[in-house]
Design a protein around this ligand. Structure first.
Ligand code: BES
Ligand code: MN
Ligand code: ZN
Length: 503
C-alpha cells in the first residue's frame, strides 16, 4: 500500500524518486512542467519535439536522471487539450501516470497533476488531489496470497506519494488534507473488498466472511459485529436464505456489522451485500466455462464491508449497518430444487423456479431483516444478473430505486467518485413476469429485462422503505488476463456516505 500526503511541491527543488508532470496538447507544458523544463535545460521539451510522448490522452514518457533537477526521474503524462480537460480525461491521465510510476523502481513520488484545471463534472482541487491519490492506490494493489513467496514480493516498490496542492487559504489546505484522508479510507475499503473477492472459494467461505467482519470490529472504534447462525435464522423464519444454503456443507451466516458514528437515535443507512461465496447455480447448474469466476459472487458483501471500514476510518458522523447474507450455492442431496416453495422472512411465499437465481433469495430475507433497524435508507449491492452485463457492460453498475431523491444522491456520488452507475426502471408493469401459480411470487421472470425483474422482485421486500439496488455483475471484477476484483462500488458507497454525513 502507499501512504499519501499533500503539500505545495516545487518541481525544481523537490528531491524525489519520481516527479510526475502534465503535458497538455502538442507541446504545451503545464506550468510546473515548464519550470522543470527550464531548470533541466529543455530536455522535457526535447522529449516532445522528438515525438516520444504520444498525443493520445493518458500516454506517458519516462525521463531518467533529468539534468538540473534533484528528481531521479520524471514521468510526463499527456492530459490532452487544456480547454476540453474534463473529469474523465483527468482520471484516465492520473491512472496511467500512477501505473507508469509503479512500473519504475521508485519508492517515493511527487505528483503535480492536480495543478491542472478540470472542467465538466466537479473538478475542484480537493477532487483532483483525491483522484490522483486513488489512482496510486489502484496502481500498487497486488493480490499475492496464492503465490509462492518470491512472486508475492515482486510488486511495485512505491510506498509514499506526495500530491501537489496549491495551498493558499487555510480552507484550501484543509480541503486537500481531507481529500488525502478520504482517498486513504476509500483505498483501505477497496483493498479489503478486493482481497475478499480475490480469495478462492475454498478459503473465502461464509465462515471466513464472518471472521473478517469480527476482525473489523476488533480493529475499529465504534464498529461492532454480530453473526446469526443457521439455527437462529430458522427461528426467525428466513426460509428463502436457508433454501439456498441447503445444498452446501458450509454453514450459512447472517453477518451484521454496525458502525455507530452518529447520534444513538439517528436512523441508520443499511447496506445489504450479496455474499454468495461460490455460485455453482445449484441444481440449475451453470455451464463449466468461467465458473471459477463465481467465487466473485460475494463482491457485494465485500463492498459493503469495505464501505463500513472507510466510514469508520473517516469517523463520519452517521450510523451505518452492513447486513451480509453469506451462503455457498451448491447442488447436493439436500439442495433446493426447481419447483420448491419456501416462505421468506417477510411471510411472502416464493416458488424457486431456478436455483441459480439465488442472490435475490438471500437478499430478500436480509432486506426484511434490515427492518429491525428502522433504517432511513436501505441500499443492497449484488452481483445479481448476467443480464446487467448485457445491458451496461463493464462500465456502469445498474441502479434501481423506488425513491427519486435517493437515486439523485447515488448518481451524484457516482459522478464525483468516477464509480459510474446508470438507472434502469422498477415499474409495476414488470411484476407480471414474476407471477406464480403455486406461490405469491416466482424467483425468475424469464429472459426479457432480467436485471429489472430481479430488482422488481427485491422491491417487494423493501416495501415502503427508501431503497436502492446496485447490480454490480459487470463492475465488481475484471475477467481475462487482469482477472481480479475491482473494489467497486466502494468509492460510490463511500462518497454517498460522505455526502450524507455532510448535509
Ligand atoms: N451470480 C449470478 C449473476 C452473474 C452471472 C454475475 C455472471 C456475473 C456474471 C446470479 O446468481 C445468477 O446466476 N443469475 C442468473 C439469473 C437467472 C437464472 C434468472 C443469470 O443472470 O443468469
Ligand atoms: Mn446464480
Ligand atoms: Zn449468484
Amino acid at each position: 500500500m502507499v501512504e499519501f500526503s499533500t503539500a505545495r511541491i516545487n518541481p525544481v527543488a523537490r528531491r524525489t524518486d519520481c516527479l510526475v508532470l502534465g503535458v497538455y496538447d502538442r507541446r504545451e507544458l503545464t506550468p510546473s512542467a515548464q519550470r522543470a523544463d527550464e531548470a533541466a535545460g529543455g530536455v522535457l521539451g526535447q522529449v516532445l519535439a522528438d515525438g516520444d510522448l504520444s498525443p493520445a490522452g493518458g500516454s506517458t514518457a519516462l525521463v531518467h536522471r533529468p539534468p538540473g533537477l534533484p528528481a531521479k526521474r520524471v514521468v510526463l503524462v499527456r492530459l490532452g487539450a487544456r480547454a476540453g480537460l474534463d473529469d474523465r480525461a483527468f482520471r484516465r491521465a492520473a491512472r496511467s501516470a500512477a501505473r507508469a510510476v509503479a512500473g519504475t523502481g521508485s519508492r517515493g513520488a511527487a505528483d503535480l497533476l492536480a495543478e491542472a484545471e478540470v472542467g465538466g463534472g466537479g473538478g475542484d482541487e480537493a477532487w483532483r488531489v483525491r483522484t490522483v491519490a486513488e489512482a496510486y492506490g489502484d496502481a500498487v494493489y497486488r493480490f499475492g496470497e496464492g503465490k509462492s513467496e518470491k512472486d508475492a514480493a515482486s510488486g511495485p516498490s512505491l510506498r509514499r506519494v506526495a500530491i501537489h496542492s496549491a495551498g493558499g487559504r487555510p480552507d484550501a489546505r484543509a480541503g486537500a488534507r481531507r481529500a488525502v484522508a478520504e482517498a486513504a479510507a476509500i483505498d483501505a475499503g477497496k483493498r479489503l473488498a478486493r482481497d475478499l473477492g480475490n480469495r478462492p472459494g475454498n478459503v473465502c467461505t461464509p465462515s471466513h466472511l464472518a471472521e473478517c467482519a469480527a476482525a473489523l470490529a476488533e480493529e475499529l472504534e465504534a464498529v461492532s459485529t454480530e453473526v446469526l447462525e443457521e439455527e437462529r435464522m430458522r427461528e426467525l423464519g428466513m426460509g428463502a436464505l436457508l433454501a439456498v444454503a441447503r445444498g452446501s456443507r458450509e454453514p450459512p451466516k447472517l453477518i451484521v456489522v454496525e458502525y455507530a458514528g452518529g447520534a444513538a437515535d439517528e436512523a441508520p443507512v443499511v447496506l445489504v451485500g450479496k455474499g454468495v461465496t461460490f455460485d455453482s447455480g445449484g441444481i440449475s447448474i451453470k455451464p463449466a466455462a468461467a465458473m471459477d469466476e463465481m467465487k466473485f459472487d460475494m463482491c457485494g458483501a465485500a463492498s459493503v464491508l469495505g464501505a463500513v471500514r472507510a466510514a469508520a476510518e473517516l469517523g463520519l458522523p452517521l450510523n451505518v449497518v452492513s447486513v451480509v447474507p453469506a451462503v455457498e450455492n451448491l447442488p447436493g442431496g439436500r439442495a433446493c430444487k426447481p419447483g420448491d416453495v419456501v416462505t421468506s422472512l417477510s411471510g411472502q411465499t416464493i416458488e424457486i423456479l431456478n436455483t441459480d437465481a439465488e442472490g435475490r433469495l438471500i437478499l430478500c430475507d436480509a432486506i426484511s431483516y434490515a427492518e429491525r433497524y428502522d433504517p432511513d435508507t436501505v441500499i443492497d449491492v449484488a452481483t445479481l444478473t448476467g443480464a446487467c452485463i448485457i445491458a451496461l457492460g463493464h462500465v456502469a453498475s445498474g441502479l434501481f430505486t423506488n425513491c427519486r431523491e435517493l437515486g439523485d444522491a447515488l448518481r451524484a456520488a457516482a459522478a464525483r467518485s468516477g464509480d459510474s452507475c446508470w438507472e434502469l426502471p422498477v415499474w409495476p408493469e414488470y411484476e407480471e413476469a414474476l407471477k406464480s401459480n403455486f406461490a405469491d411470487v416466482a424467483n425468475v421472470g424469464g429472459r426479457p429485462a432480467g436485471s429489472v425483474t430481479a430488482a422488481v422482485f427485491l422491491s417487494r421486500f423493501a416495501r415502503e422503505r427508501r431503497w436502492a439496488h446496485l447490480d454490480i455483475a459487470g463492475t465488481a471484477w475484471e475477467s481475462g488476463k487482469n482477472k481480479g476484483a475491482t473494489g467497486r462500488p466502494v468509492p460510490l458507497l463511500v462518497q454517498f456516505l460522505i455526502d450524507r454525513a455532510g448535509r
